[in-house]
Ligand binder design. Structure first.
Ligand SMILES: NC(=O)c1ccc[n+]([C@@H]2O[C@H](COP(=O)([O-])OP(=O)(O)OC[C@H]3O[C@@H](n4cnc5c(N)ncnc54)[C@H](O)[C@@H]3O)[C@@H](O)[C@H]2O)c1
Ligand SMILES: [Zn+2]
Length: 380
């Protein structure tokens, strides 16, 4: 299988994303080929991913001439993406590399939690040391490992403490997805559907395929050519958006937030019972209903979206609990797209197209949120 290279074009901060199978055993050489000549490495991972992949990473680094490889584990879930773990990782990095002259290469082996927290650590240690993303979840492969947004949650707000910090290289070994749980694989599919839904009609149609079977099913079956093709398409789409709006100042990057305004609020309010992509699937349903109520998109978009999410066995709604609606509304107020009390939503206007709308009437927003909170009858 060929490795696909996608370039993220950001002038002096440009970097390649390498997407393929069985890339980790050759990681050391890939680093050298891409101009990373350090001899010391600090690998941030977690116990589960580290147990599966650290040894092969370490062996390939040693083969390529690394003299010291230090591993640091953080907790395996979203609750661990916090200030204490950030601080603990900084402490471990300083303890391992106390001399000012030694600059380690930071390697982030894991999903979005490792990548987001570790990229933040690499960005502040000695005012920034080089780092490489090694995504091992579908979600981190198509989304979080690219674009340089790195952060931790703080004070009950998602990703509120963070910086922009681009990696030097992303090595996406899709073979690692074989050990990912079905739930996490499907969670990543939500972001893939997101790209199709608002960025690329042709990707959406490819996922749909014919007669209820398409690239979506092939991805869930981990078919290597389909995975490489679709992940590369998503990374290309993200790279294109990021290249136009690296620092999220022009509103262009907002497109990647489809489903995230209500989705993030629900993710936080449900106390992390939902995987990120599950929350985003529900958030995309809510945002699409909002678009429908504003007359921005056709009902057929909602049914096509719903059908794809169902095929990925993603949730379309969440059981209601006393106080949940209010908590979601409160959490939504922290959305960074909201300014001066005005809301802002990224809404689909057709397959592969979007628009952002400010000041959506609150009664319509409330109805959209209520539409995804269900009295628990077991129906999703
Ligand atoms: N920075 C960005 O632009 C951006 C974009 C999207 C999402 N995110 C963030 O990404 C995070 C979610 O990332 P995620 O979905 O990758 O979740 P995750 O990092 O929590 O990983 C999910 C689970 O899968 C396990 N795992 C990871 N790779 C594995 C493998 N190959 N085999 C077996 N188990 C494996 C992990 O240990 C963990 O338990 C959220 O915090 C979200 O905010 C960031
Ligand atoms: Zn997301």
């Amino acid at each position: 299988m060929n490795t696909v290279r996608v370039d993220v074009d950001l002038g002096p901060r440009s970097y390649p994303v390498l997407i393929g199978s069985e890339l980790l055993p050759g990681l050391g050489n890939l680093l050298r080929e891409h101009g990373l000549h350090q001899t010391q490495a600090f690998v941030i991972t977690n116990a589960a991913v580290g147990a599966l992949y650290f040894e092969r990473v370490e062996a390939s680094l040693r083969e390529a001439g690394f003299l010291r490889v230090v591993r640091h584990d953080i907790p395996a879930s979203e609750e661990g993406k916090n200030w204490e773990e950030f601080s603990g990782s900084c402490a471990a990095l300083l303890e391992a590399f106390p001399e000012t002259g030694s600059v380690p290469l930071v390697l982030l082996l894991g999903g979005g939690v490792v990548g987001d927290l570790g990229g933040f650590v690499a960005g502040v240690f000695r005012r920034g040391v080089p780092f490489v993303q090694l995504p091992t979840t579908l979600l981190s492969a198509v989304d979080s490992s690219v674009g340089g947004k790195v952060a931790v949650n703080f004070g009950g707000v998602k990703n509120i403490m963070g910086i922009f910090n681009q990696p030097r290289l992303v090595v996406c070994d899709l073979s690692t997805l074989a050990t990912l749980s079905g739930r996490e694989l499907r969670s990543g599919m939500a972001e893939v559907v997101k790209y199709g839904g608002v960025c690329s009609g042709s990707l959406f149609e490819q996922l749909e395929g014919d007669h209820g079977r398409g690239a979506l099913e092939n991805m869930l079956a981990l078919d290597p050519p389909t995975l490489t093709d679709i992940v590369a398409q998503c990374v290309r789409l993200k790279a294109g958006v990021v290249a136009q709006d690296e620092f999220d100042k022009k509103g262009i990057r907002n497109v990647l937030n489809f489903g995230h305004t209500i989705g993030h609020a629900l993710e936080l309010s449900a106390d992390y019972a939902l995987a990120h992509g599950e929350a985003i699937a529900i958030g995309m349903m809510a945002a699409t209903r909002l678009a429908l109520s504003l007359g921005l998109c056709e009902p057929s978009f909602l049914s096509r979206l719903e059908s794809l999410l169902r095929r990925a066995a993603l949730p379309l709604s969440h059981p209601d609990h006393p106080g949940l609606f209010e908590r979601v509304l409160r959490a939504m107020q922290m959305d960074k797209k909201f300014k001066d009390g005005k809301n802002l939503f990224v809404l689909p206007t057709g397959v592969g197209a979007w628009q952002q709308v400010q000041n959506v009437p609150w009664d319509l927003v409330h109805a959209a949120v209520r539409s995804v909170l269900r009295a628990d009858t077991g129906d999703r």
